[in-house]
Design a protein around this ligand. Structure first.
Ligand SMILES: CC(C)(COP(=O)(O)OP(=O)(O)OC[C@H]1O[C@@H](n2cnc3c(N)ncnc32)[C@H](O)[C@@H]1OP(=O)(O)O)[C@@H](O)C(=O)NCCC(=O)NCCS
Length: 176
């Protein structure tokens, strides 16, 4: 159960897999309108452990004691002259409205710039996801367009607002 300790952000660890499953199950209704339909085996510790171990993605968790109460995922990490990645995130329904997504996105952007040397992070939201758009704007993202039928979300191809944040304008092979 929730503890009195502060809510922490830390990189995902292999031992988090079962706690992620529990969070995903607790938050199925909360996330359904904004995410893809997942196969049943997505909600297993094995699948989540595999995802955490995938070297092509980076995952961070918000933790309240033993609970995982939020997650951010950097995927499609491209180097070369692009040095860009795609960001997705969620916060447990019982923890929203406290600035936690904003903290999480800020920390991921810091790591993307300082640790991964990326130039840019992008994110996309369905048009109705005003809370997520607000998080992105608070974190310095700007809307760069609207893409029709962009992602398959909650059972249909949905238009999305596209956002990006430029992290630094140094040379492409170094962090600032
Ligand atoms: C979107 C989500 C990540 C926000 O998490 P959170 O921890 O509540 O976010 P924060 O508290 O950092 O900021 C939320 C902001 O949105 C605002 N907001 C929330 N609901 C809103 C609404 N319906 N209309 C307008 N603004 C809204 C809040 O007031 C706050 O802005 P403020 O600080 O200026 O007051 C969370 O609701 C969530 O996980 N939703 C389901 C999954 C999801 O949508 N993921 C993103 C997919 S792109």
């Amino acid at each position: 159960m929730a503890s009195d300790s502060p809510i922490l952000i830390r990189p995902a660890a292999p031992g988090d897999a079962q706690q992620v499953v529990e969070a995903l199950l607790r938050n199925r209704d909360h996330m359904r309108p904004w995410g893809p339909i997942r196969p049943a085996d997505f909600f297993t510790a094995q699948a989540q452990a595999h995802r955490i171990a995938d070297p092509s993605v980076r995952i961070w968790h918000l933790r309240d004691g033993d609970l995982v109460v939020g997650q951010a995922v950097l995927s499609t990490i491209v180097l070369g002259p692009f040095r860009s990645a795609s960001l997705g995130y969620w916060v447990d329904a019982g923890y929203t409205g406290r600035g936690l997504a904003t903290r999480l996105v800020e920390e991921v952007c810091r790591a993307a710039r300082d640790d991964l040397g990326l130039h840019r992070v992008e994110a996309a939201t369905v048009l109705a996801n005003v809370a997520s758009q607000r998080v992105l704007r608070k974190c310095g993202f700007e809307m760069i367009g609207t893409a029709p039928d962009y992602l398959h979300i909650d059972g249909a191809w949905r238009d999305h607002h596209l956002f990006q944040r430029i992290l630094h304008n140094g040379p492409p092979n170094t962090a600032p």
